[in-house]
Design a protein around this ligand. Structure first.
Ligand code: ATP
Ligand code: MG
Length: 493
């Protein structure tokens, strides 16, 4: 960008700061200012026109530096643009596109894009048809997602939402897709942790992290999800499947509320401005499955919302639910019970994911969901202290085994083919009468074998060619014990 006097010469309009209200600055003397236009202060700071009033304009400022009354301001006739390109991969940047931290110097991409653009129309959209794999057993088997789906991740504080997302990112990068992670107003330490997790697993070069800290100016935090979406759109237009994670939009809403109240907008429900729904919906609309010049490409958007005390009916949460294609509910009670991930399958929804499934996966899915609901019912039974018959006892034992099977270590992602085969082995009682610790070890060994042994991998992948659950179980009768044996010979102790 040019400097203050260069802009002053071209636009010829000079304004003065009248009043400063933290992130919002009132400026008079810019009669031709347009909404979203960038203005520049004589001190070198930038801001964006937030609203235009008859005698003054409100400017949203992007820095924390104090601006004094009487400072001169001029228009630029430009909107906010950020650099986009493959150079951003492996980097942590701020929402204005500047690199953070002291890693290798950033080769600045040459292309720039405005960050707030309208969503693509119906002509460019395609139905969601490709399955999206998170690597988390409970989600892929029971609440499956599709590429281009928008899914809300909702739950109380500290229920494992971010750990779920970072593992999903890990799984997606391993499948060759690009991921964009927006940390909105997060602690620096949390961003660092995520970055280290990706670096440790060697996938950082497929990820762009856009981070704003709680100490940054409100204006910058507000921009974070838009920047992330714009970067995702760049990769999508290049024909890539992108996973975009917005962590989280409830704090984004809070920062937007702060700005709006400072800008004296009329407060609505819970003091949020009346356009909060529009603000988020316009953003979420930009995700989906599209047809581009380079073929079909998608932006899968996983959006986090924080619920308070397990309440799913909060204002922002319900808004977001109505903009997305379903939600995964992270249940605090399940988290305290020790379930990892603490997703409640009965209160979670996926609206388009199931249509992407093969017949085999659909069978497995149906089997799991009907069994889990049976198990839930039986559990309420025990509370009455009723005498249990053998059938009920068997169901409870199987249920416990399946719940344990879904418990996943914090760094573990499981490829989908292995998920299906491992579940089928469990279902076919191949590990019956062994305690959960043994099953866990064996599962871990199979995972190890699947990742490193071509032959075992081929055998497992071949099983997935069965087109129904029943035929898979049939083949597994002979093949299953052999796989278990081969694995424990190689990796057992
Ligand atoms: P916040 O509300 O702060 O964003 P969150 O919902 O994103 O929290 P996380 O930070 O992901 O939750 O996780 C909370 C805690 O639970 C962390 O200490 C994490 O180590 C632990 N945790 C999450 N998932 C697992 C797991 N699968 N196994 C073991 N520990 C886990
Ligand atoms: Mg989190």
């Amino acid at each position: 960008m040019k400097n203050f006097s260069a802009y002053l010469n071209t636009t010829g309009e000079i304004g003065y700061v009248e009043q400063v209200a933290e992130a919002i600055i009132y400026v008079s003397g810019l009669p031709k200012a347009k909404p979203d236009e960038i203005v520049i202060f004589e001190t070198g700071e930038f801001g964006q026109v937030f609203s235009v009033q008859p005698n003054y304009v409100e400017i949203l400022i992007f820095s924390k530096k104090n601006i004094n009354q009487g400072t001169r301001v001029t228009r630029t006739n430009e909107v906010l643009k950020i650099p986009v390109g493959y150079e951003l991969l492996g980097r942590v940047i701020d929402p204005l596109g500047k690199p953070l931290g002291n890693v290798k110097p950033l080769k600045t991409p040459t292309e720039k894009r405005p960050i707030d653009t309208p969503a693509a129309g119906i002509v460019k959209r395609r139905p969601v048809t490709k399955p999206f794999e998170t690597g988390i057993l409970l989600v892929d088997l029971a609440i499956p997602l599709g590429h281009g789906q928008r899914e809300l991740i909702v739950g109380d504080r500290k229920t494992g939402k971010t750990s779920f997302l970072t593992r999903t990112i890990l799984n997606q990068t391993r499948r060759g897709n690009i991921c964009v992670y927006a940390a909105i107003g997060k602690k620096k330490l949390d961003v660092k942790k995520a970055e280290e997790f990706f670096a440790k697993n060697g996938v950082l070069d497929k990820i762009v992290i856009i981070a704003s800290g709680s100490g940054d100016s409100t204006g910058v935090i507000y921009l974070t999800p838009y920047t992330a979406m714009t970067i995702s759109e760049y990769f999508r237009d290049d024909g890539k499947d992108v996973l975009l994670v917005l962590d989280d939009l409830s704090s984004h809403a809070k920062f937007y509320r702060e700005i709006s109240l400072l800008g004296r907008r009329f407060p609505g429900r819970n003091s949020y401005p009346s356009d909060i729904f529009y603000t988020h919906a316009r953003l979420m609309e930009r995700a989906g499955n599209f047809i581009t010049e380079k073929g079909e490409a998608s932006i899968t958007c996983l959006t986090v919302a924080e619920a308070a005390a397990g309440d799913l009916s909060g204002y922002i949460e319900t808004n977001l639910m109505s903009m997305t294609d379903g939600h995964l509910y992270f249940d605090k009670n399940l988290f305290y019970e020790g379930r990892r991930p603490a997703i409640n399958p009965f209160l979670s929804v996926t609206r388009v994911g199931k249509q992407t499934q093969t017949q085999l996966r659909r069978d497995v899915n149906r089997e799991i969901m009907s069994f889990l609901s049976l198990y839930e019912k039986m559990q309420s039974f025990i509370h009455f202290g009723a005498e249990l018959n053998e059938n009920v006892k068997a169901t409870l034992a199987t249920g416990e085994m399946i719940i344990n099977f879904f418990n996943q270590a914090i760094n573990e992602v499981v490829p989908i083919n292995l998920q299906i085969v491992a579940f089928s082995m469990l279902w076919a009682n191949m590990w019956r009468r062994q305690d959960t610790a043994v099953i866990r070890t064996q599962l871990h060994q199979i995972l190890q074998a699947y990742n490193s042994d071509k032959e075992i991998r081929a055998r497992i992948d071949k099983l997935i060619e069965n087109d129904s659950f029943n035929s898979l179980l049939g083949v597994l009768k002979a093949e299953g014990p052999q796989i278990i044996k081969a694995v424990s010979q190689k990796y057992g102790n």
